[in-house]
Design a binder for this molecule. Sequence first.
Ligand code: ZN
Ligand code: ZN
Length: 394
Amino acid sequence: MSEKADRVVGCCGYAATTNNRSTFLRIAVEERRMQQRIEQLRAQLVARDLGAMLITAPANRYYLSGFSGSSGALLIGPETAILFTDGRYRLQAAQEAPAWTLRETALPTNPFSRLVAQAIAELHLERVGFEAAEMTVAAFSRLRQALNANDVTAELVPTDGLVEALRETKDAGELATLREAIAMTDTVMTTVLPMLRPEMSERQAAWLIEQTLHDYGADGPAFPIIVAAGPNSARPHHRSGSDHLGLSRPIVIDMGARLRGYHADLTRTVVLGSPDARFHNIYAVVLEAQRRAIVGMRPGLSCADADALARDHIAAEGFGDAFSHSLGHGVGLDIHEGPSLRRVADAAKSPVLQPGMVISIEPGIYLEDWGGVRIEDLVLLTDAGCTVLSQAPK
Ligand code: ZN
Ligand code: ZN
């Protein structure tokens, strides 16, 4: 089938997708939130002298439009909101993104470059931003060729993190979903821990957690579940394998629920049988480091200073080199998103915490040949400080 079959589906409106009042209201509220996000992005376009912005990162597309299909792109201008997708998603796109003008490509494998180039030509755009971190070299050159074929000289301008920056602070709808995913994650952790046995393999334990996440209503795990036993727990991102959980050694369990696109993240370190004195000592240091970070986190603090709240304590206890990663990260439509609580070479360039951010606080100590301890909770930055959202016992 040729690209000539591409067609404009048009704006679908709200009424056709709703069949009762509460559904209508929910969609209306979500649409208003998305409209606010689009307006924030439009303000960024004006500031950067961009006529429009091409969005190709799936999480950003979902954030701005609500469209969750695997194939799509957005073109957003001052008065333009076009959603490009293919025929497989015709109904879904109309339902999930009713306010958007849909343009549909004929084949799932057919890139959107021709449709995007046509839209850029129709709108007489001179400067179009694109997401540099997401656009492949191949996609860029296809788009450039399609523009050239239409005699369009529009400049394609790389941008970095425009939508990601908006996503760092969560609105009420996002917070509600995150709280639901976090509560589900707490329940699963609390349910599974008493079921663990020394003879179970890491992989069996991870699978048990994954099944239980589904049992409690998650769409799936937020990321490949980490169960790391004994010396394996010294590797912060260990891949669960065939080693047994064993007795009297640390087991790091890092998991979370994915729910309607949003991610939870929780780590507990446990021991089956009796922990040794070293475990007690290291666990206490990590727990105190986390406590200090939770007490000290507040809007206006830089991410580097937030990291130091925990890191300084761990270093003072003699484990500075054993805390080998950043203190935490934002969560939302991605499991790792901004801001990142970490040290930076130039402290003045460290981002500042703001109310509405949902961030993990996850100090750890990792000792080769022995193992590791990590404790991770999610917190919400508030005007007054931070509220711990994770409730699984430590
Ligand atoms: Zn985690
Ligand atoms: Zn994390």
